[in-house]
Design a protein around this ligand. Structure first.
Ligand SMILES: NC(=O)c1ccc[n+]([C@@H]2O[C@H](COP(=O)([O-])OP(=O)(O)OC[C@H]3O[C@@H](n4cnc5c(N)ncnc54)[C@H](OP(=O)(O)O)[C@@H]3O)[C@@H](O)[C@H]2O)c1
Length: 274
């Protein structure tokens, strides 16, 4: 099942995917990784660090199984898609776009409906083997031979758990699950410990273990947080006092507003993309 991958855009996300794919070579052995980027400095960094082959639109190899569009929505996504039409044989190359907000319909307008197109939204937790990849495909990809679909899924599973969803949910997943919210929470939590008098290193150590341990317990019990909060928040106790204070400050609404805004921004960026 060894395969050839071609990335257009060698930024942070491409790097995270390359790292994860290399790490899980047993699941998806790679023959060759090519990367094309407008920054020469970036290409030589990737070549030196990951032994990938720098490529340009003028010397595209003819044996590519998966071409990944990994530029930003603000970049010339349509220009990149147009260049794919002329360079990659649609019988052999599946196109995978990780561009947030840029729809399959937008891609099909340039690439054509016969081309196998898959949209995925990975996140940076792929490098530590966590995180789902929201996945949605066009009809041509869904109708592809078993070997092609299985190959694509094997590749996807090297950098996240593939979650096949209707395309309308892709923007929701994009806004919902990058780890930033968790970083914001931990940042505030560590500061809270410091505010209350703990040295910062102790506060950080406790905060990280509490987040990991709390998550593990929820997974093991397979329950929603409300179940454990109900156990922890005894009448008139410390836990319910903390919960009351959080409610007064609009904690839940702040998180929910942030996620809704992130989802809206994702959709807007996709609409604005060229
Ligand atoms: N980061 C995440 O957590 C995440 C998660 C899910 C999806 N995504 C999506 O993944 C995509 C890439 O994100 P990223 O964080 O990796 O961005 P990034 O680090 O900015 O990488 C994009 C790279 O593409 C290059 N580029 C721009 N136009 C190009 C072109 N026409 N041909 C070749 N290379 C070109 C850029 O070069 P210059 O910098 O020199 O312009 C840059 O090196 C985005 O569409 C984003 O929506 C990101």
């Amino acid at each position: 099942m060894a395969s050839n991958l071609y990335f257009i855009g060698g930024g942070n996300m491409a790097e995270a995917i390359i790292t994860a794919v290399r790490k899980h070579d047993d699941r998806y052995p790679v023959d060759h990784i090519y990367v094309e980027d407008i920054s020469e400095a970036r290409l030589s960094y990737l070549e030196k660090t990951y032994q990938v082959t720098p490529a340009t639109p003028r010397d595209t190899p003819d044996n590519v199984d998966i071409a990944v569009i990994a530029v930003r929505p603000q970049d010339d996504v349509t220009g990149v898609a147009t260049s794919i039409v002329n360079r990659f044989d649609q019988r052999t190359t599946s196109v995978v776009s990780i561009v947030a907000g840029y729809t399959i319909a937008q891609l099909e307008r340039t690439l054509g409906g016969e081309r196998r197109i898959t949209r995925i939204i990975p996140n940076t937790l792929t490098t530590v083997d966590y995180g789902y990849s929201g996945v949605s495909s066009n009809q041509a990809a869904a109708d592809a031979p078993d070997s092609v679909r299985k190959g694509l899924d094997a590749w996807l599973s090297t950098f996240g758990k593939p979650l096949h969803v209707e395309e309308r949910l892709i923007d929701v997943i994009t806004g919902f699950y990058p780890p930033n919210l968790v970083y914001h929470f931990i940042d505030a939590y560590v500061d809270a410990g410091v505010l209350a008098g703990l040295p910062r290193d102790i506060s950080k150590a406790i905060a990280l273990d509490t987040v990991i341990g709390g998550t593990e317990l929820l997974k093991q019990r397979d329950v929603l947080p409300q179940v454990l909060l109900n156990i922890n928040n005894s009448p008139g106790g410390v836990g319910i006092t903390e919960a009351y204070t959080l409610n007064k400050t609009g904690f839940a609404a702040a998180i929910q507003s942030a996620v809704l805004a992130a989802v809206e921004r994702t959709t807007k960026l996709g609409k604005e993309a060229q």
